[in-house]
Design a protein around this ligand. Structure first.
Ligand code: MG
Length: 158
């Protein structure tokens, strides 16, 4: 087995849709980014790349490349996971913590877990998604953006 860790941050921006874990969260401004700015999937993708020391999401999908403008991060995660599988590994489990003052995410967590499990062809109980606040401290506390921490375990495919 191997372990990987990923971290990402995106600032809020007016006029953008909020996409988290491949799910659109209605009623809140979205995140700024070159792609769809899905900070949750970016952290998870980075964790998967990290597990096999395959670099990071920026080296695979440069934000200077116009090809990735408004890119669907679900596609980036799928491409990343194909590479994990090609290297002879599969996901054992993932644990993801979203740090946001707003919006409240509890009601969205089941849909996010389901979406990720579909993208990685694994069971829902493989994917843990948790939400916390920053207790009003720092940039998250000032509601300037969202931060996500993700950790994954991968195991060799028989
Ligand atoms: Mg990002």
């Amino acid at each position: 087995m191997r372990i990987g860790f990923g971290y990402d941050v995106h600032p809020f921006e007016e006029g953008r849709r909020l996409i988290l874990g491949g799910v659109e969260i209605l009623g809140h401004r979205g995140l700024k980014g070159h792609s769809d700015a899905d900070v949750l999937l970016h952290a998870l993708t980075d964790a998967l790349y990290g597990s096999l020391a395959l670099g990071d999401i920026g080296s695979h999908f440069p934000d200077t490349d116009p090809k990735y403008k408004n890119a669907d991060s679900s596609v980036l995660l799928s491409e990343c996971y194909s590479e994990i599988l090609e290297n002879g590994y599969k996901i054992k489990n993932a644990d993801i913590t979203v740090v946001a003052e707003k919006p409240k995410l509890q009601v969205h967590i089941p849909a996010i877990r389901k979406r990720i499990s579909e993208l990685l062809s694994c069971s829902v109980d493989t994917i843990s998604v948790k939400a916390t606040t920053s207790e009003k401290m720092g940039f998250v506390g000032r509601e300037e953006g969202i931060a996500v921490h993700a950790i994954v375990l991968v195991e060799e495919n028989e």
